[in-house]
Design a protein around this ligand. Structure first.
Ligand code: 8YV
Length: 313
């Protein structure tokens, strides 16, 4: 029997890995949307907080259904799925879990890039299917000496650069403004794409970056160019990307995020020049537990003091 929480009940939006959900349940009474108001379960007006994950969306309508809502705590760094201005107008604070996931996401970006350049998933299948006895495996592409363009040199982008430099790459970046960094700055993503051999997307999702990587940028990247996306699917015009991959306007792409998730009947899945992953940039045991701890700290601190540890800026 779990002791009742000293905190108000939370609405849980999204499916959490078991250890993360258990960490939350150890502190809070969690309610699923379809349980609200059922016998013995909290009603809509008793919900003071939402705990969610950054790959889920929170609608204005849901916020309106919860008159006592005071905080939305997301496990994740992105908050493009939360109507921030609307939440603020309703007096609801939004918190995220920055920093603690930077290394895991940066590792995933490097892993996806190497998998793409060297055809590692296909190499695994090639050996396991016994094809090695029948034909040579296709040549890959060396990372050393390549020009890597970072789209969004934020905290995660900087961690990716740190990990790529030992591979003897040349770094350049695009962003809203030039930073105090030693890398070449481009104030236009098309020009960065024309300069780079590899584009790595690590910018936030949202209206400012929606569809930024389109047919024109992909043409600029060119037939020996590669794209890695560990940011948000919304940053890429996915139908433009599919066409560019299918007709070899670009050489290949490694994608951890998609316009619509989970990816279902997408033609991307039929291509041989892509590496696809199920939005797992932060998905390590260590990182997800650190994120859960920070999300819990945000909620506890807020309910106890009215302020949070990492409110979104
Ligand atoms: C979350 C994400 O890390 O952090 C983000 O912005 O993109 C997500 O992958 C994940 O949903 C946390 O459970």
């Amino acid at each position: 029997m779990i002791a009742p929480s000293r905190f108000p009940p939370l609405l849980k939006v999204g499916v959490f890995p078991d250890p993360v959900e258990q960490a939350l349940r150890d502190v809070f009474t969690l309610v699923e949307l379809d349980e609200l108001g059922l016998a013995g379960r909290p009603g809509h007006d008793e919900i003071a907080g939402i705990v969610t994950r950054s790959n889920y969306r929170i609608s204005r309508e849901l916020i309106d259904q919860l008159p006592g809502l005071r905080i939305i705590s997301t496990n994740g760094v992105g908050y493009d799925g939360i109507p921030l201005d609307y939440a603020r107008r309703k007096g609801v604070i939004v918190t995220n879990t920055p920093e603690v996931l930077n290394e895991a996401v940066a590792e995933m970006a490097v892993g996806l890039l190497l998998a793409l350049l060297r055809h590692i998933p296909r190499a695994d299948a090639f050996v396991k299917e016994g094809a090695w006895t029948t034909m040579p495996f296709p040549l890959g592409t060396t990372l050393a000496g390549k020009k890597v363009g970072i789209v969004g040199l934020g905290r995660i982008g900087k961690e990716i650069v740190k990990r790529l430099l030992p591979f003897r790459v040349e770094v350049a970046y695009f962003g809203r403004s030039r930073q105090d960094a030693e890398w070449m700055y481009f104030d236009d993503v098309n020009r960065l794409a024309a300069h780079a051999d590899i584009l790595i997307l690590c910018c936030p999702g949202g209206p400012e970056t929606y569809g930024m990587i389109d047919a024109g940028v992909l043409r600029s990247l060119g037939p020996s160019g590669f794209l890695v996306n560990i940011a948000r699917g919304s940053v890429v015009n996915e139908s433009d990307l599919y066409r560019a991959l299918a007709d070899r306007t670009v050489a290949g792409a490694a994608l951890d995020v998609f316009n619509h998730e989970p990816l279902d009947a997408s033609p991307l899945r039929r291509l041989d020049n892509v590496v696809l992953a199920p939005h797992v940039g932060s998905a390590t045991r260590e990182t997800r537990m650190q994120m859960a701890a920070l999300a819990i700290d945000n909620l506890c601190r807020f309910f106890d003091t009215g302020s949070a540890v990492t409110p979104v800026p």
